[in-house]
Every structure is written in C-alpha cells, then in structure tokens.
Design a protein around this ligand. Structure first.
Ligand code: COA
Ligand code: AMP
Length: 626
C-alpha cells in the first residue's frame, strides 16, 4: 500500500486504522475501546486494553526464542567500558530491580524519579518501574538541583534512583550532592533514594534514606510484570514551556507501545535483530523512545553510548561505534554532526571505518541546516533523513515513512506527515493557509496513539497551552509551511522556547532566574544563532538606578543560571543595555532583537514605543551581530 493510501486511511478513519495497528503488540487483553474521551474531552487510546510495557520489551522476546540475542550494548568511551546484555540477562536484571523498587513500597501508579547518567542501570530502572505499573520520570543529568526539586514537587515520587556520578568529557560530576540538595529544597520528601555506585566515584549514603543499588540487587528476586490498562501512565517527562515551571508530559502505556512498534517499522524500517543507535540521552524524549522502548519493543539491539560526538576520544567515535556493532540506523541531532564536521571536515575519520551495515541516518531535535545535510550526504553516501517531533508527541510527526514507501528526502524539509498526524498550517485566525504559505503548524485532533493525553497534575495547562488557540487542533508551537509535494518545512518556534544543542530550553525560565537578581531592573533572554549549537541564549539586562559596575553582575548571572537550571543552558553572553525595545503596551520585542543580532531583516511592529532605541541597540550588540 502506498504512503498516500495509508495516510488517507489514517485520516478518514483513525479508529479503524489504529485498531488494526493495535495488533502489532501482544496485549494480555486486546482493547475494544479504541478511542475515548474523558470529562475534559481529552483523547485516550486503548482504554480497556491490558498490557505491560516491560513484558513487551523483554519477556516476550525471551518467550519467542530471542533470549540470547543482544538487547543492549553499553559503550562508554569516557570510562573505557563496553558491556553487552542479552534479552534474557536484561530481563533478569529488570525483574530484580523491580523487586528492589517493590521492596521500597513502589506499587502501580506510584512515581519513581530517575536521575542517572548514560549507564545501563538508567534503562534498567525505567523498565523496572514500568514492570510494576509504576510511572517513571527521568530527569536529564545536566539539570541543576533546583530543576530536580521542581520536578520532585510536581511528580511526588516515592523513590528517587540515581548514580554516584556522571562522567563528562574531562570531568566527573558527583550526582549525590545534587540529589541531597534537591531533597533539601523540595517541599515534598521522597521516602528513599537508591544509589548505583560507580567505580569512578563512590557516594556517601544517608542512613535510613539511601539504599545501595548493588547491595539491594544481591538479594532481590525476579518480580513478574504487573498488567496495566492502556490508559495507565508509563511515564512523565518534563519539558520546557514558555513559563518557568516545566510541563510534565504524560505518556500512556497502550498508545505508547503501539506507536513505538509502528514507528520502528514505518519510520526507521527496523526489524527484530537489527541494530539501532539513537545517540542521545535517556533524559530526553529521544532516549525514552529510541534508546529504550522503541528498539526493545521491536526486538532490536539498542546502543547506550556514554560519550560525545567529539573528543571521546576523537571525531571518529560515532563511526567507530557504527562499525563495531554493525549499526543499521543512526539517529542523532544536527548539532552533533556539526561538531564532527568542524573537527573532521574532509571525513578523514570516517574513511577509517567500515560502515557497510549502516543504511540510513536520522536527524531531529532542531532544524537540519542545508550545509550539514549536504556534508553528511557527501561523506556517508547514505540517505540523510530529517524528521520532526516533540517531547509531547513522543514520536515523529513528519519524516520519511521508509517502511511504507521510500520517498525521496528533500533538502530543508522534515519529510511528509506520518500517518496518524493530520498536519495543517493555520493563520492567526485559525484558517487553513494556501499550500506553500507559512503559518502556525497545528495537528487536527485526535492526535495518534503515543502522544500526550494531558499534562501531569495540570489539565488546564494542557488546554490553554495547546488546545484553545485553535479549537479542534493541537498547536505545536512551531511555524512552517507545506510545499506542493506535501513536504513539511519547519521554520522555528512561534513561542519563547529555544533549542540549544538539540536541548529544549525556556527563555522565560531563564528570565525568571535573572530578574530575581537584586541589581537587575528588567531583562529579556533571546536565542541567537550559533554555528555549533544551533542557538544559544543571550541575556539583555537593564540595571537598577545607581548600579553601574557590570562585569561581576554578568558573571553572577551566568553562575545563577548554572546553579538554577544547569550548565546545559550555556548562557555565555550577558549584555547590559539602557532600555529594552517595547510596544506601547509594554510588551518586550524579543523577536526584533533576535532578528537584529541574527542579521535578519528586522520586522518592526507599528506598535513600537520608540524607534530610536533600535539604533542604540545596534551599537550595543556590536560584534554579536552575525
Ligand atoms: N550532565 C552534566 N553536565 C552536562 C551533561 C550531563 N549529562 N551534559 C552536558 N553537560 C554540561 C557540559 O559539561 C557543559 O558544561 P561546561 O559549560 O561546564 O563545559 C555544558 O553542560 C554544555 O554542554 P553541551 O551542550 O554538551 O556543550 P559542549 O560544548 O560541551 O558540547 C556538543 C557540544 C555539540 C558536542 C554537544 O552539545 C553534543 O554532543 N550535542 C548533541 C546533543 C544531543 O545529542 N542532543 C540530542 C537530542 S536528540
Ligand atoms: P523537544 O521537545 O525537546 O524534542 O523539542 C521539540 C522542538 O524541537 C520542536 O517543537 C521543534 O521546535 C524542534 N525540532 C525538533 N525536530 C526538528 C526538526 N527536524 N526540524 C526543526 N525543528 C525541530
């Protein structure tokens, strides 16, 4: 069946389409109620189906005779470690860790917060939580204690799972002090913290509260999977919005399992036994979907890589991993390949490795710029596929559906809408624009299985943030257009979210931190172009009257952002200005400033309060202007 036929089937009869696709997974009890709506009118898939995600990812493969196949490869150039786990081995470890969690009182519906570096125990903790029908919330290791505390207060986890440290390129980052600080700062106090002690650094445990992972595992039994309903949450993953408070994206078991299996086949063309590598982090949605759940539910071998694209030890490291494990598909962010290209522009490193197993490269997380697209295509001679998605959807909204039809990727486009996603481009009033014209990218409801049904603890925020601007649609927060061949072009966010090295960050959150500084009268944070990271934040501050020494304030602010949000925010530039450009009603014109710094055509709204400020700013921006 062609892509067009499948897409149109999913559009005209979503219920029938996704009933058929529900058969892709092995339910304990197959669902009859395919699509339902709750009291808030939010959609849910497979409400009365019964399943267990950890069973689908592990036990099923063992039962079907794939127990000896490698399920997970751990490759850590930063610690010189390589490990491989078969499906049977991984199942036993997960079942035992589920028992450890159960012995700490974790049962179905409880939350478990996981703050781990890229080690197999992170995946084991996720799968063990799922095995109990509990709900995990993984927090990226680069976030600071304050961010952890905010998530602890929102998710109210019974248990926190962590490791003694993370290892970055040249430094060991102790995790335990950050966890202790977060426990101190949070209003809600989890009962227990389970700590995996790494050889590089041991952590001090707090008696009564902390449990040593290795000791607990030594006496654990194997815990059986607990059946859950299709609509029971599997996880909460926090992501940045326009305000300081992160949003807890909820993922339900049933729709997620179907979407994972479907997307591994349709979007990535992967079959059981294939080797899939998502070079990301378990703390991000890409890690959830395509390091852990997607490949394992599909019976593939997944790779968990603890390293960087460069410097661990060199720009050939991605290609080394691809050769060593015969990777069939590699997925990473454009920023990773820009870093490789910068160090190895002529592909000297890549020519050292045998990449004959590699069929395709996938990119997402930010726009794939044409230069990187061409460079990658030229040095690998492989299809380079850009695909577009969000934490909220959990899988790609647009891409190349290679499992249905190998459509030709187009430079600058993120592919075509994947069956299930009714993508439309709307104008300010919610009317569809003409093909080829730009506007707000919206998805007609219902979203397909696997996408968020709501925001944890905050259905109102789900409504106001996504559903009320254009009734009947989910608003993605991205702008773009669809060309005459139905390819989607993503042109950037329409809100105050920025993308730094493929990491989604909120400028609003940074502004909240900065405006709390005693010397700052007001501020604005904008995302400006960066050759390597795509975007980096630039903070503009106006000081209170009488404050004139600025360099120490700039350093204080950079430190504050590190402390409150984390080093990944990469706030490297702070600029003091006399005033900020505003509309007559007092709204700060962030877009105007971004356009000025990025050297784009500046669209000055007619409502600007005072035009002369633009000349002042131009002088102030100086060499920052690209
Ligand atoms: N734990 C603790 N700290 C972390 C961290 C983690 N898991 N990840 C990053 N950091 C820290 C870094 O050590 C760095 O700190 P520093 O300012 O003290 O040096 C800071 O956060 C910024 O890190 P990063 O964004 O990684 O920038 P970089 O300049 O060190 O490296 C790249 C640049 C391009 C190599 C890197 O950003 C990269 O690999 N990007 C790909 C990201 C990716 O795969 N995203 C995928 C989403 S699909
Ligand atoms: P996250 O939720 O962290 O995955 O970030 C999602 C956001 O990243 C999207 O809303 C886009 O702004 C951006 N994004 C992700 N993939 C792409 C892509 N292929 N092209 C352009 N932007 C992308």
């Amino acid at each position: 069946m062609s892509y067009k036929t499948q897409y149109s089937h999913s559009k005209t009869n979503p219920m029938e389409y996704w009933q058929e696709k529900s058969k892709l997974i092995d339910w304990y009890q197959a669902p009859n109620n395919i699509l339902s709506q709750d009291k808030d009118d939010f959609y849910h898939w497979y409400a009365d189906g019964s399943l267990n995600t950890s069973y689908l990812a592990l036990d099923l493969h063992v039962n079907e005779g794939r127990g000896d196949q490698i399920a997970l490869i751990y490759d850590s150039p930063v610690t010189n470690t390589k490990e491989q786990y078969t499906y049977s081995e991984l199942k036993i470890l997960v079942a035992k860790f589920a028992d450890v969690l159960a012995s700490q009182g974790v049962t179905k519906g409880d939350r478990v917060l996981i703050y781990m570096p890229m080690i197999p125990q992170a995946a084991i903790a996720m799968l063990a939580t799922a095995r109990l029908g509990a709900i995990h919330s993984v927090v990226f290791g680069g976030f600071a204690p304050h961010e952890l505390a905010v998530r602890i207060d929102d998710a109210t986890p019974k248990v926190v799972v962590t490791a003694s440290c993370g290892v970055e390129i040249e430094k060991v980052i102790p995790y335990k002090p950050m966890i202790d600080k977060a426990f101190e700062d949070a209003n809600y106090k989890p009962d227990t913290c389970i700590v995996f002690q790494r050889d590089v650094l041991n952590a001090d445990l707090i008696p009564q509260r902390d449990v040593d992972w290795q000791t607990a595992m030594a006496t654990a039994e194997e815990h059986a999977p607990v059946p859950v309903l299709g609509t029971d949450p599997l996880y909460i993953l926090y992501t940045s919005g326009t305000t300081g408070k992160p949003k807890g994206v909820v993922r339900e078991n049933g729709g997620h399992a179907v979407a994972m299996k479907y997307s591994m086949d349709v979007i990535y063309g992967m079959k059981p036994g294939d080797v899939f590598w998502a070079a990301s982090d378990v703390g991000w949605v890409v890690g959830h979907s395509y390091i852990v759940y997607g490949p394992l539910i599909s019976g593939c071998t997944t790779i968990l890589y603890e390293g960087k694209p460069i410097k661990t030890p060199d720009a050939g490291t991605f290609w080394r991993v691809c050769e060593e494990y015969k990777v069939n598909a590699l997925f990473s962010a454009p920023t990773a390949f820009r870093a490789i290209c910068k160090e190895d522009p002529n592909g000297a490193e890549i020519s050292k490795y045998d990449l004959s197993a590699l069929k395709r490269l996938y990119l997402a997380g930010e726009r794939l710029d044409p230069a990187t697209y061409h460079w990658l295509k030229d040095i690998t001679h492989l299809p380079v596929i850009d695909h577009w998605w969000q934490t909220e959807t959990g899988w790609a909204i647009a891409g190349i559906p290679v499992g249905i039809e190998m459509l030709e990727p187009k430079e600058g486009a993120a592919g075509v809408a994947i069956p299930g996603f009714q993508v439309e481009i709307l104008d300010h009033d919610g009317n569809a624009v003409k093909q080829g014209e730009s506007g707000y990218i919206a998805i007609k409801l219902p979203l397909p299985p696997g996408c968020l049904p709501t925001i944890w603890n905050n259905p109102e925020r789900f409504k106001t943030g996504y559903l009320t601007s254009f009734p009947g649609y989910y608003v993605t927060g991205d702008g773009g257009f669809i060309d005459k061949d139905d390819y989607l072009f993503i042109m950037g966010r329409t809100d105050d979210v920025i993308n730094v090295a493929g990491h989604r960050l909120s400028t609003g959150e940074m502004e909240e931190v900065i405006s709390n500084h005693k010397d700052v009268a007001e501020c604005a944070v904008i995302g400006i172009k960066c050759e390597l990271k795509g975007q980096v934040p630039l903070a503009l501050i106006v000081l209170k009257n009488g404050v004139d020494e600025t360099s120490h304030i700039h350093n204080n602010l950079k430190e504050l952002i590190r402390e409150q949000i984390g080093a990944i925010a990469s706030l490297k530039e702070v600029l003091t200005v006399d005033r900020l450009p505003k509309t007559r009603s007092g709204k700060i014109l962030r877009k105007v400033m971004r356009q000025m710094v990025d050297g784009e055509e500046v669209q000055v709204p007619s409502t600007i309060d005072d035009m002369s400020i633009l000349d002042e700013l131009k002088v102030g921006f100086g060499s920052l202007i690209s």
